[in-house]
Design a protein around this ligand. Structure first.
Ligand SMILES: [Zn+2]
Ligand SMILES: [Zn+2]
Length: 255
């Protein structure tokens, strides 16, 4: 029994069976993910050409949009991760096996992600970015539309980074990432494995950001996710992470 399992037992945490969760990846959702990834890459390709064509007059927007996109991808990834970890059940039709199951599987078997192929790891992130990129296709880019151009630059960078969020997360769990990845992890450009271990400490209720992890200490300081949970529980009576750690352990966290 490893340290996490011991701690989970001490805190009376009850989790789903890892094999049951691993076998619940629906074929129909994989087909949707492949279509989503294809559309995402097509839209991103068109927008990248628009950005390149406008670059000579809007070059000064690129660095702020890139940095903001990088920071926001950490935030968006963190919020989605928090929602997937905290609310709902794998038994909910359609959403459960497709979107909630991977989060629950990751807490009972951290290394499962390292065995997932490119589609299972990344395509759900593409699916989330596809409608936003679709809207950007229709926004004007040019020196007479600086604000909208900035929005397109920002959304483009952010969705590209969101696309790679789970890949970066996967590398944080990989036993032997390559040298370049290790350097990027060391200097916290990518999620640092030691930093990410804090999330995998029972009861798995902090440090949800998994792109750079830069926002984790800030959101923890602001009590951001617990405040959001208290707000949602107040109005819905839903118990946060009831299914992830079991009714008893989830109730104890509330007190
Ligand atoms: Zn998690
Ligand atoms: Zn993880």
């Amino acid at each position: 029994m490893n340290e996490i399992d011991k701690e989970a037992r001490d805190q009376e945490i009850i989790q789903r069976d890892k094999n049951e969760l691993a076998s619940g990846y629906p074929k129909w959702f994989r087909a949707i993910e492949i279509v989503g990834l294809f559309l995402f890459l097509s839209f991103a390709f068109i927008i990248s050409w628009k950005i390149i064509a406008s670059f000579h007059e809007l070059w000064f927007l690129s660095l702020p949009a890139l940095i903001l996109g990088w920071v926001f991808s950490d935030f968006i990834g963190g919020v989605v991760h928090w929602a997937g970890d905290t609310w709902g059940s794998v038994d909910i039709p359609i959403l459960g096996p497709a979107l909630i199951r991977p989060f629950r599987e990751h807490h009972v078997d951290q290394l499962a992600i390292t065995r997932h192929d490119f589609i299972e790891t990344n395509a759900a992130c593409a699916l989330a970015g596809t409608p936003i990129l679709f809207v950007c296709l229709f926004l004007p880019i040019g020196s007479s539309h600086k604000f909208l151009s900035f929005c397109v630059y920002f959304v483009f960078f952010m969705t590209i980074f969101v696309l790679f969020t789970n890949q970066i997360h996967k590398w944080a769990h990989s036993k032997k990432p390559n040298l370049l990845i290790k350097i990027l992890q060391k200097y916290r450009i990518f999620l640092n494995p030691e930093h990410h271990k804090i999330h995998h400490t029972v009861p798995f209720n902090k440090y949800y950001c998994i792109t750079t992890g830069w926002l984790n200490p800030i959101l923890t300081y602001l009590d951001f996710f617990p405040k959001l949970e208290r707000f949602i529980t107040k109005y819905t009576k839903a118990l946060p992470r009831r299914e992830d750690i079991g009714q008893k352990a989830a109730e104890k966290l509330l007190t």
